[in-house]
Design a protein. Sequence first.
Length: 187
Amino acid sequence: MNNRTRWLVLVLVLGVAGVVALWPRDRSPEPQPTSSRPAQDVVALRAQAQLRACQPKGDGGVDVTCLGDGTRTALALKGPLLINFWATWCQPCQEELPVLDTYAKQPGAVPVVPVLVDSREADGLELLARLGVRLPSVYDGSDELRKRVKAPMTLPATYYVAADGTVRQITDPPYFKVPEQVEKAVR
């Protein structure tokens, strides 16, 4: 192989490698529609899930859908409050939701608001019913709440909102495995 052929092969290999390296990749999940099921199925899933009612959290909040009854509500970042972003496809989320539910039942617990993202509303209701989680939960189909707190796309993502409105992400532990970890994180 002469020098000219070697250079041509090298240029071609580098060109292909450059194209592969720069090829656009979108690894974020596709946004899901609210539900592809008939409305009566969602109503039945709401009844089956038996979620506690959502409490409006004040003016100036982010508009979200209460999973328990389908109403729109404003969720303001006023604490103390624990906000947990989750999705139906997220295995750690499925492990963490019952832990958050157990924690929230304890006297003096900080209110917990699970926020369904990247999933269909009906699928979220179905999962909560299967897990026996009854927390008042919301659906953030537009991702406005996640954008407001600058939450990452990785899930679960949990945030503590202090009484003064300060928001901090809880990263230790990455997700809760026992209620005592939640207690420690909100102190």
